[in-house]
Design a protein around this ligand. Structure first.
Ligand SMILES: [Mg+2]
Length: 108
C-alpha cells in the first residue's frame, strides 16, 4: 500500500464507518495519546520499566494507531503525505548529508 493509497483508504473508512472525522484538535489529542501509548511500551520493552499484567508488549499496534491518526490529520488539513515526506527527505539530505557521517558519537 502506498502512502497515497493509505490516505484514500482511511478517508473511505471514515466516510463508511466513522460518520465524519473528529475535529482537528480532537485528533491532535488522540495523536498525542497514541504516542504516549507507544512510549509506555518502549519504556517497558527497552527501558527500565516492567510490564504490568495484561499490558500489550507489541509496539506495532501503537505505531499503526499513530499512523492512522496522522493520516486523518493530513486528510482533513489537505496535506499530501507523499509529497510532504519527499520534501522531508530533500530537507534532511541537504541539511544533514555530512553531519551524521562526521559525528564521532555515531561511530562504533
Ligand atoms: Mg493505541
Amino acid at each position: 500500500m502506498t502512502i497515497k493509497e493509505a490516505q484514500e483508504a482511511v478517508d473511505r473508512w471514515i466516510k463508511e464507518y466513522g460518520v465524519r472525522y473528529f475535529s482537528e484538535l480532537t485528533n491532535m489529542a488522540c495523536l498525542t495519546e497514541e504516542v504516549g501509548e507507544l512510549a509506555r511500551i518502549m519504556a517497558r520493552r527497552y527501558g527500565d520499566q516492567s510490564f504490568k499484567e495484561g499490558e500489550s508488549h507489541d509496539p506495532s499496534e501503537e505505531m499503526a494507531d499513530i499512523l492512522w491518526v496522522l493520516i486523518c490529520l493530513a486528510n482533513q488539513t489537505g496535506v499530501d503525505l507523499t509529497e510532504a515526506l519527499q520534501k522531508s527527505f530533500e530537507k534532511k539530505t541537504k541539511r544533514d548529508k555530512d553531519r551524521h557521517r562526521n559525528n564521532p558519537k555515531l561511530k562504533a
